[in-house]
Design a binder for this molecule. Structure first.
Ligand SMILES: NC(=O)c1ccc[n+]([C@@H]2O[C@H](COP(=O)([O-])OP(=O)(O)OC[C@H]3O[C@@H](n4cnc5c(N)ncnc54)[C@H](O)[C@@H]3O)[C@@H](O)[C@H]2O)c1
Ligand SMILES: O=C(O)C(=O)C[C@@H](O)[C@H](O)[C@H](O)COP(=O)(O)O
Ligand SMILES: [Zn+2]
Length: 367
């Protein structure tokens, strides 16, 4: 095993380590065996990930003397719903999974969000460990304890805050990830740099190609920096009373894109990419953000092949979708605005019409 980065999410007695590096998957069994009472272990994954990385994880667990079961859920955002969750409850009950069990989420953000909500609710809460295998899950979704499924009307509308007890990020797992998924994860990297790490943004401007080609040293550095930003924000505001909403940069727009296109046309990261450009444009109009910032962000995203234009829907459809955001309070939508690279602010003062104007301006030109 090469060098391992460790980041701690500091939440008092619920603090947990994030282990980042090549070969970290092999540590999972030993970690589990150190937990009190040799837990039953359930891996929640999907077939695409299971066929590539399931055996390596199971070997580590079995070598530590523990029994392990695996359940695969269907692949795709359109299956991140209550039906999938219901299937998991049925399978867990049939296999007599006990509350003392540990659920391992092996996969991308969808597996992580669904498995996490399952772990939070099955018998009122089992153990939970994240083993993320997409760039997006490694830089963002495996950390911080947001778990959820979608409702047809809106993203992540049914969920819970439920922190993992540990996160094992084996960067080797990215070797089998399709290019489109690498790019989607990259959008959350750009987001993280924009909201909290200006040096990371410069690193991306310099080493973007190396990151997208999954150069091991660049990947490890970028994943560790993103986890450090997320750990800092989550440690300060676990339940999104305020500051944590910064991690939602681009998402007020992005989630509306996903819901209106029925979770089928865009990967989450792609919808976020569109949202990031919109958040910059909105900041240009209401904060006087320099257009050059929007251009730098757009360049990073388009160079990775990410979309930066909205699909075409009527103003009324955008209005309805934006108002279903979980950050809405007393009917006012909360927007995350870019003040400068590495520095974002929250505002509830933006008229919804201004945001919809930006969407209209950035809508795809129909051919
Ligand atoms: N909880 C959070 O804080 C948080 C943060 C960001 C995103 N999310 C959620 O995460 C989801 C998106 O996650 P995602 O981008 O990882 O998508 P995903 O989970 O759909 O994974 C992307 C695709 O890659 C495949 N895959 C995963 N790992 C692989 C590997 N190593 N090799 C080959 N194929 C692999 C999957 O089967 C899937 O087809 C969205 O639902 C989003 O809302 C949650
Ligand atoms: O961890 C957070 O907080 C985030 O907002 C991270 C986002 O990248 C992620 O997509 C999250 O699931 C969105 O949360 P939601 O509360 O807007 O559903
Ligand atoms: Zn996201």
């Amino acid at each position: 095993m090469g060098s391992v980065h460790e980041v701690i999410v500091d939440l008092g007695e619920r603090s947990y380590p994030i282990r980042i590096g090549s070969g970290v998957l092999a540590e999972v069994g030993t970690w589990l065996a150190r937990q009190p009472g040799a837990p039953q272990v359930l891996i929640v994954t999907n077939e695409a990930v299971n066929s590539r990385w399931g055996e390596a994880l199971r070997s580590s667990i079995k070598a530590a003397g523990l029994a392990v079961e695996t359940v695969a859920i269907a692949d795709g955002e359109e299956h991140k719903n209550l039906a999938t969750l219901s299937m998991l409850y049925d399978r867990a009950i049939a296999m007599r999974l006990e509350r003392s069990a540990t659920v391992l989420a092996l996969g991308g953000g969808i597996v992580g969000d669904v498995a996490g909500f399952f772990a939070a609710t099955y018998m009122r809460g089992t153990g939970f460990v994240q083993v993320p295998t997409t760039l997006l899950a490694q830089v963002d979704s495996s950390v911080g304890g947001k778990t959820a499924v979608n409702h047809q009307a809106g993203k992540n509308l049914i969920g819970a805050f439920y922190q993992p007890q540990a996160v094992f990020i084996d960067t080797d797992t990215l070797s089998t990830l399709p290019k489109r998924e690498v790019a989607a994860g990259y959008a959350e990297v750009v987001k993280t740099a924009m909201l909290g790490d200006a040096e990371l943004f410069q690193l991306l401007e310099r080493d973007q190609e190396k990151l997208l080609a999954l150069d091991p040293a660049v990947v490890a550095t970028v994943v560790a920096r993103c986890c450090a930003v997320k750990a800092r924000v989550v440690g300060a505001d676990e339940r999104e009373r305020g500051l944590r909403a910064l991690l939602n940069l681009g998402h007020t727009f992005g989630h509306a894109v996903e819901a209106l296109t029925e979770y089928r046309r865009y990967k989450h990261g792609e919808a976020v990419a569109i949202g990031l450009v919109a958040a910059c444009r909105l900041a240009e109009t209401v904060l006087g953000l320099n257009r050059a910032v929007t251009e730098r962000v757009t360049l990073l995203l388009t160079a990775a092949g990410l979309p930066v234009s909205f699909p075409c829907f009527a103003r009324s459809a955008w209005s309805g979708a934006l108002q279903l955001d979980k950050k809405v309070a007393h009917g006012n939508v909360l927007f995350v605005l870019v003040r400068a690279i590495g520095d974002c602010v929250l505002s509830r003062q933006i008229p919804l019409e201004n945001a919809i104007d930006v969407i209209m301006e950035l809508q795809e030109k129909s051919s």
